[in-house]
Design a protein around this ligand. Structure first.
Ligand SMILES: [Zn+2]
Length: 158
């Protein structure tokens, strides 16, 4: 990986983090995501389950819907998704259906993550599309992403 690519990954993850902060402002679990194609952001979004009374309104689903509408295509070929937390099984399934090329996640979700942690849906050999997966490292802002969500739950418990 070149220096330029590393800079780009952290840049796009920074944008996903900004989205996560917007979720926090409205007391939603702070997860944010962006969809990138040809090095440009085509959709941004954050978790809105409570605001929309919609259990499927995770950040990834929100951005997939926006990106698909923008491209007028249900297949998001050559698109990358940057998301602050490792996608869950529902989102990993949706990302596979959207034919996303690569997922870059910030922090691991050891309990429910479906890319590397609890399940391996996003690159399962059983499915006919496999997504490249990067994430869980400092260069993908794993610490900032994890801190945001940990602080959210800590404050909520108090
Ligand atoms: Zn999810």
């Amino acid at each position: 990986m070149t220096d330029k690519q590393i800079k780009d990954d952290s840049y796009f993850m920074r944008q996903a983090l900004k989205e996560a902060c917007k979720a926090q402002e409205i007391m939603e679990v702070p997860v944010g995501a962006v969809v990138v194609r040809d090095n440009r952001i085509i959709a941004k979004g954050f978790n809105k389950c409570i605001a929309l009374s919609d259990p499927t309104a995770h950040a990834e689903i929100v951005v997939l819907r926006k990106a698909a509408k923008k491209l007028n295509n249900y297949r998001l070929n050559d698109c990358l998704v940057y998301v602050t937390i490792e996608p869950c099984s529902m989102c990993a399934g949706a990302l596979v259906n959207a034919r996303i090329k690569r997922i870059i996640f910030g922090a691991f979700d050891l309990k429910a993550g479906a890319c590397k942690s609890a399940f391996k849906i996003a690159n399962s050999k059983k499915l006919n599309h496999k997504i490249e997966i990067l994430g869980g490292k400092e260069k993908y802002l794993s610490i900032e992403c994890a801190m945001l969500i940990q602080n959210f739950f800590k404050t909520k418990r108090q």
